[in-house]
Design a protein around this ligand. Structure first.
Ligand SMILES: [Zn+2]
Length: 479
């Protein structure tokens, strides 16, 4: 069995992934905070995550994938100083926090469906797991990792000796990084201590979402939800945890601290992080007007799967610079690909290609091995795509085996090539093709061209090949 090698942020090395039990891989992905529209940066992150999951499945693993929906507790900065994102979103969009959460959760799922991202097996909302979070905080309290102020319950990071192991940042560095920031809670012992539970008091006195707890009415901090839900659904030690690279220094460091302090076991075996997206060379932001959603892409006439293919052309650990010009070029390649698949389907349905030779079988096997090998080497999608194009362009390959392999590989690429249908060759169309071939045989090219034009007008493109005439629809689109 081919194994997947991937860069583990924790060990800073490319390592081979292997499961702890059977062929089962547990995967947890930090999900969206549902206070605003899902944008291109999220789309790229979750496409990369989808490729990771699909590659593992292709290699024969059963992937148990859990993703959270953050609908409470995520503040506008990572260090507990800001406002609650959901409350802010509610104000901005003139909705209640619950309506905001529902609206943007739906928008998130609508978006990922457009780009054919498989839904996680388990989707869990923070607001539906308050009890699990309270239990985990209680456990940390019993073990002496927490302290209370009048405003919140904090995790005391100095009590966790491994704090900083993911980012490689020492406590001293961390301290100097946060020293300049405003400390809203004067009773906080260390500026980088993070809130496990906010009390409904002071700046949060009017917080809409709140629950009773042993520390008073309030709401959970952001970080605790991922530890609590990950452990609840996947166990105390999971195989892979993924997220954007911006989560490394705070969110994921905090997840490790609170999880490992509570269980005394390693929380995650492989940490995988996806690099940032730039738009026209700049960080995406609304003020720069380079903030795009899937609807902006659709409005400009692009197929959403062309965007998927476009993002696969970059490696997940490298920043990706998005431009509409480059997307246009990828869309042209995507159309070429759809045409090729349609052509192969036509050949296999209506024409009579030769049976594959031993050489064909060997070549196909080699292609498949090569492509899976580069994907298995730290998910090198750009290299895998280059090899995939070589396969597409190789005209001498047996059409049946070639189509089968393309569709097999598309289980990873996710471009919905299976749904491409060949032209429905009706009796009328067949008759026209035979007539045209007979005119050509008699060298009556004008008459043959007339039929070609007639077919063109009906929306078909005529292609002459050694195997016979192929009709292609001019409007091929995947479903
Ligand atoms: Zn998380």
């Amino acid at each position: 069995m081919q194994r997947l090698k991937i860069y583990n942020t924790l060990s800073r090395k490319i390592e081979e992934i292997y499961p702890l039990t059977d062929n089962r891989i547990t995967l947890y992905s930090c999900g969206p905070t549902v206070y605003d529209y899902t944008h291109l940066g999220h789309i790229r992150t979750y496409i990369n995550n989808d490729i990771l999951k699909r590659t593992l499945e292709y290699l024969g693993y059963k992937v148990i994938h859990t993703m959270n929906i953050t609908d409470v507790g995520h503040l506008t900065d990572d260090a507990d100083f800001g406002e609650d994102k959901l409350e802010k979103g509610a104000e901005k969009h003139n909705k209640t926090v619950w309506e905001v959460a529902e609206y943007f959760t739906n928008y998130f799922f609508y978006t990922i469906k457009q780009v054919n991202i498989k839904q996680p097996s388990i989707i869990c909302k923070a607001t539906e797991h308050i009890n699990q979070m309270i239990d985990l905080i209680k456990k940390l309290e019993e073990k002496g990792y927490t302290y209370q102020t009048s405003q919140a319950v904090y995790f005391d990071i100095r009590k966790f000796k491994d704090y900083g192991k993911l980012s490689g940042q020492s406590l001293e560095e961390k301290l100097s990084a946060v020293r300049e920031e405003v400390v809203l809670d004067p009773e906080k012992k260390h500026p980088a201590d993070f809130a496990l539970w906010f009390k409904r008091t002071g700046r949060f006195a009017n917080h809409t979402m709140h629950w009773p707890s042993p520390w008073g009415d309030g709401f959970p901090g952001w970080h605790i939800e991922c530890s609590a839900m990950s452990m609840h659904y996947l166990g105390e030690t999971i195989d892979i945890h993924t997220g954007g690279e911006d989560h490394i220094p705070v969110h994921h460091e905090n997840e490790i601290a609170q999880s490992e302090a509570a269980t005394g076991k390693p929380f995650v075996r492989f940490w995988v992080h996806y690099a940032f997206l730039l738009v026209n060379g700049e960080k995406m932001s609304k003020s720069k007007q380079n903030f795009y959603t899937i609807d902006d892409i659709l409005k400009q006439g692009f197929h959403p799967l062309a965007l998927r293919l476009h993002f696969l052309s970059g490696h997940y650990r490298q920043q990706f610079n998005f431009t509409f010009k480059a997307l246009k070029a990828t869309e042209n390649s995507y159309k070429t690909l759809l045409r090729k698949v349609e052509e192969l389907k036509f050949i296999n349905t209506y024409l009579k290609p030769d049976n594959p030779s031993k050489k064909d079988y060997n070549l196909i096997k080699k292609f498949e091995q090569n492509i899976i090998e580069v994907l298995s080497n730290d998910l090198n999608t750009p290299k895998a795509l280059a090899k995939f194009w070589n396969l597409i362009d190789l005209e001498t390959l047996n059409p049946r085996l070639k189509l089968e392999l393309i569709l097999r590989l598309d289980q990873i690429l996710g471009l919905r090539l299976e749904s491409i249908k060949p032209v429905n060759l009706t009796e009328d169309l067949k008759k026209l093709i035979i007539e045209r071939e007979s005119f050509k045989g008699k060298k009556q090219f004008d008459k043959a061209d007339n039929i070609r034009e007639m077919l063109n007008d009906k929306g078909f493109e005529v292609k002459d090949t050694k195997l016979g005439t192929i009709l292609l629809s001019k409007t091929t689109q995947p479903n």
